[in-house]
Write a protein that binds this ligand. Structure first.
Ligand code: F6R
Length: 241
C-alpha cells in the first residue's frame, strides 16, 4: 500500500487528479468509481480545470457512484446525483448517459440494487476513489458484524447522519437509509485511491490501515486489496509518524 502525505490540499488535489487524468489519457474509455462528500471536491475541481484546458477528455469515460440516499426526490440538491452533476459532470465533456448513480427513489429498491449490480458485473472499474467516514465506513458500508458484497440498502448510523447533517437544515432532514455499493464491488476495482483529510480522521485512517482487518472498521478491508494508494493531508497523517 502506497501512502502519500501532502503539505497542502492543493498539492493533494493536483496529484490525485493527475492520477485520474493519466489513466484516462492512456485509456480514454476508463471506468471510474466515484464518491461524493467533501473529500473529493477539490479533486473534481482540478479535473474540471484539466478538462477545460484540453488536457483530458471524459467523452468515452463511464462512471459508477458508490451510493445514494433513499427517499430524496429527484432534483433535491442533496441527492448524490445532484452533487455529481454540480461538482463534476455539468462542467466536463462527459456523456451523462455514461454516468451511473444508484437509484434511491425506486419503488422497488431491492430490484434497483440488483440492476446496479448487474450493470457493475459487466464492467471493470479501473480506478475507485474513496473517502472514509469517522466510524471507518467506506461508501455507506457501516461498521457491522458482517458486510455485504453487493449493492444493498443500509440504515445509516446515527454518527453518519450527524456528520452529514451539515449539508441539510437539520438532522431530521437527513435520510435514515441509503443504497450503497457493497464491499465486494469496491474491492473488485483494479486500483483504489483512498483520500483522507482533517485531524478528526487521523485516528480512524490509522486504525483502518494498520489495525486488524475487521468488519467493525469497513475501511480495514482495503488492506486486502493489492493496489491501493492513500492520499493524506498533513492533519490526517499525524498517527503514521
Ligand atoms: C460518499 C461516501 C462516503 C464518504 C464519507 C466521507 O459517496 O461514500 O463514504 O466518502 O462519508 O465523507 P466526507 O468526504 O464528507 O468526509
Amino acid at each position: 500500500m502506497n501512502i502519500m502525505t501532502f503539505n497542502t490540499n492543493e498539492e493533494l488535489d493536483q496529484i490525485a487528479a493527475g492520477i485520474f487524468a493519466s489513466l484516462i489519457q492512456t485509456k480514454p474509455s476508463a471506468v471510474l468509481g466515484l464518491a461524493t462528500g467533501s473529500t473529493p471536491i477539490g479533486i473534481y475541481q482540478e479535473l474540471i480545470r484539466l478538462n477545460q484546458k484540453g488536457y483530458v477528455s471524459f467523452k468515452n469515460v463511464r462512471t459508477y457512484n458508490l451510493d445514494e440516499y433513499v427517499g430524496l426526490p429527484e432534483g433535491h440538491k442533496e441527492t448524490y446525483r445532484a452533487f455529481m452533476d454540480n461538482q463534476l459532470f455539468n462542467h466536463v465533456d462527459i456523456d451523462k448517459a455514461n454516468t451511473h448513480v444508484p437509484n434511491g427513489m425506486a419503488d422497488d429498491l431491492e430490484a434497483a440494487c440488483k440492476e446496479y449490480d448487474e450493470a457493475l458485473a459487466k464492467e471493470s472499474i479501473d480506478l475507485q476513489i474513496l473517502g472514509i467516514g469517522h466510524n471507518g465506513h467506506i461508501a455507506f458500508n457501516e461498521p457491522n458484524s458482517q458486510l455485504h458484497a453487493g449493492t444493498h440498502i443500509v440504515t445509516l448510523k446515527e454518527d453518519t447522519r450527524q456528520a452529514n447533517a451539515r449539508f441539510f437544515n437539520s438532522i431530521d432532514e437527513v435520510p435514515t437509509h441509503a443504497v450503497t455499493m457493497g464491499i465486494g464491488s469496491i474491492l473488485k476495482a483494479k486500483m483504489i485511491m483512498l483520500v483522507v483529510r482533517g485531524k478528526e480522521k487521523a485516528e480512524i485512517v490509522h486504525r483502518a490501515l494498520t489495525g486488524p482487518v475487521t468488519t467493525e472498521v469497513p475501511a480495514s478491508l482495503l488492506q486486502t486489496h493489492p493496489n491501493v494508494v492513500v492520499l493524506l493531508d498533513k492533519e490526517a497523517s499525524t498517527k503514521f509518524h
